[in-house]
Design a protein around this ligand. Structure first.
Ligand code: GLC
Length: 486
């Protein structure tokens, strides 16, 4: 069935959906005659750069709406082809992508009449960043495919088992730090430019958690005992670490405000040696509603990034990395700080913007990331679907409906732009593409999730099994508990 016919199966209140489906159809990339993904943007009015490529993270939005509409072939092809692009051997050349990594994007090239896929692991992309999130999204998408099709055997094929295993091995490899979170360089995710999110950014941790949950469901235990044991060890520690150390609400802020610094030894309360003066207390004191809270952007040695990052917080709700209480508090915050976080276009990638000297030092004077633009507190319509999924998960559907109503007329009029600028998201992004595929797919997906909430399990998880949680209590946070091999 063609996508425009699929549009007819969607409940429509106007012609926006038809136009969105047609635009989505146009974005499909074919490889050797088979659909394998969607381009990042189909915008003829400006230079394509790499926006004519299939980005792994961008395709997830398209893939989910395809799965919900029963068009599973393109997702299956995508998973098969990207798996072939994953390096399988140990790489001796340190400039080459590591074993297990997935590319940021790929394109179809034709040489002597034969088509090939050319992958970019960040070495060609403008900001030259490592796409750590690609391999995490890949597992999450594989699990969504299996949930949608019930075709578990697809993931049980040996090459898929190896693919999952290599990703998990890469993520669980011993590193220099001693936290259960994943240590990554700056710009390793949707924010793929320097933005001061190196270390343990929330977005990566939420995707890491969801991908470990997905891997745990998909790996055949019989042949993967060590890796499954390592996942079982890591999951509850990661979950407890995020819930405890990333959480900010007014009570927690009070506790941190009165933290002592420079504590020596095991009895330290201020485990990360956070210096109170590094936090914008008086802003947060004013901003945090009494019943609201959120997960911090980053936690590390003497570092607590108090910026609100939407993708990480929403994915934490969807994957149940956040507790039920925390999830409700995050949605309360979105509700009560609507002007800041949603404004005139759902929704801010992060809040607030880095300004002045901080912007210059942290971004390296990035002209695209000027305050209230692009990654630096710009508004990204793709986040609408995650807001909708989080709203369904927390029974706060009204919030998502309100956001969709705000977005719908503007998205069509503005030709599905990539991002918006300004404090309230009223300006079309300075360098935003038109017909950005994940803007289109994100909108359709948000509506679909609200109309058919039974699709939520494609991306959501239940609370961790109790036996794993109680096992985690036996270990101190920070202690090394993975199996010897990982
Ligand atoms: C920008 C975004 C990135 C996205 C890419 C393609 O670089 O920051 O997240 O994947 O565009 O749309």
């Amino acid at each position: 069935m063609q996508l425009k016919d699929l549009a007819a199966t969607t409940v429509k209140d106007n012609d926006i959906d038809v136009e969105a489906w047609e635009a989505l159809e146009k974005s499909i990339v074919y490889y050797q005659g088979r659909p394998v993904g969607t381009v990042a943007a189909f915008d003829n009015s400006t230079e394509a750069l790499n926006y004519d490529q299939v980005f792994v993270r961008d395709f997830v939005s398209s893939a989910l709406i395809f799965l919900m509409k029963g068009r599973t072939d393109i997702v299956r092809n995508f998973l098969e082809e990207t798996l072939k692009l994953q390096p399988k051997e140990r790489e001796l050349d340190a400039y080459k992508p590591a074993r297990g990594l997935m590319p940021a994007s790929f394109k179809v090239v034709s040489i002597d009449g034969k088509e090939y896929l050319d992958a970019d692991f960040g070495e060609h992309a403008i900001a030259r960043v490592t796409p750590v999130d690609s391999c995490l999204w890949w597992i999450i998408l594989l699990r969504a495919y299996v949930v949608a099709t019930k075709d578990f055997c697809f993931a049980y094929q040996p090459e898929f088992q190896t693919g999952i295993k290599l990703i998990v091995e890469l993520c669980l490899a011993n590193r220099f730090d001693m936290y259960p979170t994943l240590l990554v360089p700056d710009g390793a995710c949707m924010i793929d430019r320097r933005m001061g999110i190196y270390g343990h950014p929330l977005e990566i941790q939420a995707l890491f958690y969801a991908s470990l949950r997905a891997a745990r469901e998909l790996l055949v235990c019989e042949y993967n005992e060590n890796i499954v044991a390592a996942i079982d060890n890591r999951l509850p520690l990661l979950c407890a670490h995020i819930r405890q150390h990333y959480w900010i609400d007014i009570n927690r802020l009070n506790a941190i405000y009165r933290f002592k610094g420079e504590e020596y030894g095991k009895a330290a309360v201020n485990l990360f040696n956070i210096y109170s003066d590094s936090l914008p207390y008086y802003e947060l004191d004013k901003w945090l509603p009494i019943n609201g809270g959120y997960l911090a952007g980053n936690v590390g040695p003497s570092q607590l990034d108090t910026r609100f990052f939407s993708l990480g917080n929403l994915m934490a709700i969807i994957s149940e990395l956040a507790t039920e209480e925390q999830s409700q508090a995050i949605m309360n915050l979105v509700d009560q700080r609507w002007d800041n976080l949603v404004g005139d276009m759902p929704m801010k990638i992060c809040f607030p913007a880095l300004e002045g000297e901080e912007y210059r030092i942290v971004t390296g004077c990035d002209p695209k990331n000027i305050p209230w633009s692009y990654h630096n507190a710009g508004s990204w319509p793709v986040l609408l679907w995650m807001l909708a999924a989080a709203a369904v998960k927390t029974n706060r559907v009204d919030l998502a409906k309100k956001a969709i109503a705000v977005a719908a007329p503007r998205l069509k009029n503005d030709e599905w732009v990539e991002y918006y600028d300004g404090k309230k998201g009223r300006l079309i992004g300075k360098q935003a593409r038109k017909y950005q595929t994940w803007t289109i797919a994100g909108f359709l997906l948000a509506k679909e999730l609200i109309e058919n909430p039974q699709h939520l399990p494609l991306v959501s998880f239940e609370e961790l099994p109790q036996e794993l949680v109680s096992r985690a209590c036996e270990f101190e946070i920070g202690s090394v508990v993975d199996t010897a091999r990982y």
